[in-house]
Design a protein around this ligand. Sequence first.
Ligand code: AQP
Length: 333
Amino acid sequence: MKKKIFSGVQPTGNLHLGNYLGAIKNFVKLNDDPENHCVFCVVDLHAITVNQDPKELRENIRETVATFVASGIDPKKSIIFNQSKVSAHSEVAWILSCTARMGWLNRMTQFKEKAGKDKEKASIGLYSYPILMAADILLYDTTHVPVGDDQKQHLELCRDIAQKFNNDFKVDNFFKLPEPLIQKEFSRIMSLKDGSKKMSKSELSNLSRINLTDSEDQIINKIKKAKTDTLPIPSNIDELNGRLEAKNLLIIYSSLSGLTLEKTINKFAEKNFSEFKKNLSQILVDKINPISQEIKKLLNEKSYLDKILLEGSKNANQIASKKIEKIHEIVGF
Ligand code: AQP
């Protein structure tokens, strides 16, 4: 049986190294394995849970597709489409919102973080976001979902919703319970300015993240300015405890080089950070620069990007419409 892979990325601009190492790099590996059937979605419905400028959103949708392709996802092997073009996502999200329980959603930490102190002013969409995410995944009988560690809780909720729907309607195994695919050591890349916060698109400081469109000079400058501490690189992992920023930079190096964190530490043990940072900048430039050049090139080929989305949405619609027909039957519509 082929593994069915589904994952999404929000077209909210500033796609960064965290998105790449936590998710997209894994998408590429999965796309390359003929044993997998992959669906990669530009989740524009999720993006509008916070304010978006319509013109920018349209460009960001294209930029996300360009990033997928520039990173190595082949649109001939994988379905790439944007969520809003397959209306089953919104419809199933509504049906599942009648299955999901308030108490379950109230536990979601991402809503608490994103809504901040003033949650009364957050959109309903931001609150019910994980239900839409469950609909995305369940529509495609997904078996595996490659995501960063921050999405683990949403995936657990998706399994709970699927299980309850199957039980309530006595349709054993109708919605498949998906497994998360989270990379162990590199599951959460942190801000370059604060090792306790995840690297994020919406963080105001551009110095907090490496954008996938950054130039060589920007990468070198950001790594130069990345926060560290006064101690040299230790000789074992345990000594990294409590040194959040130092650990984050070593994790980034490990992930890009393919070395384990332990091997990276051995390679740079007792060296000072200025020397390590030169190596880190170099590997970042080597890995990210070809992607950023390709993104820029693809952004000039708008009709090609739109064609990928159009083809993708046709293929996604074919799968989703069959599933929704069965859902209508089960629910009694
Ligand atoms: N810092 C991160 N480390 C590892 N993985 C990450 N992901 C996001 N940030 C990191 C993973 O990237 C995929 C796409 O994420 P998304 O764009 O759909 O949403 P997000 O998690 O909300 O991303 P951001 O950058 O944090 O955006 P804002 O600032 O808008 O909230 C997901 O698989 C995610 O786990």
